[in-house]
Design a binder for this molecule. Structure first.
Ligand code: SME
Length: 153
């Protein structure tokens, strides 16, 4: 991982060590990622709602407001990850059929699942306005951060 990304990872460790609610920490992580990585244009978390367990509900995010505040499992990139429980990297969203648009300027997206004790609980979703901006380092960074988050749930 690049030194810049290692520094971001360490900042996330610091955020998690601070006092605060789960959502305050998730919001701080969104803010950090969006501020520090130029090609991260929208950063947010979708959470499994215990009341409606086959649906994702939008949690803390940074970036433009989205109409997709609830996403059924299976719908869009996020819903696909809720079923596969595996990271999904879409370098060109215009070529993806099962996609929920959050704006015409979005070109690519990465969604990383978060599981606690083997149960899927949430996901990190990042949109970019650039086509194919994500590198293996982005996967390492986002998966590394998500691996730190289960204690929050
Ligand atoms: N594009 C996502 C919907 C969520 S927005 O990116 C914030 C999808 O296809 O699931």
């Amino acid at each position: 991982m690049s030194p810049a990304y290692r520094t971001i990872h360490e900042r996330v460790v610091d955020i998690l060590a601070m006092d605060g609610t789960r959502d305050a920490k998730l919001r701080a992580i969104c803010y950090l990622l969006r501020k520090k990585v130029p090609h991260y244009d929208w950063v947010g978390f979708y959470l499994v709602d215990p009341e409606t367990p086959r649906e994702l509900v939008l949690g803390p995010f940074e970036g433009a407001a989205t109409e997709h505040t609830r996403i059924p499992f299976g719908k869009g990139i996020c819903g696909q990850v809720a079923l596969s429980e595996e990271t999904l990297l879409v370098l060109d969203v215009t070529a993806e059929e099962n996609y929920l648009s959050c704006g015409l300027e979005v070109r690519s997206e990465i969604v990383v699942p978060i599981s606690k004790n083997g149960t899927f609980v949430a996901q990190l979703d990042i949109d970019s306005h650039a086509t194919s901006p994500f590198t293996p380092d982005d996967r390492l960074l986002t998966e590394g951060i998500c691996a730190l988050l289960p204690p929050l749930f």
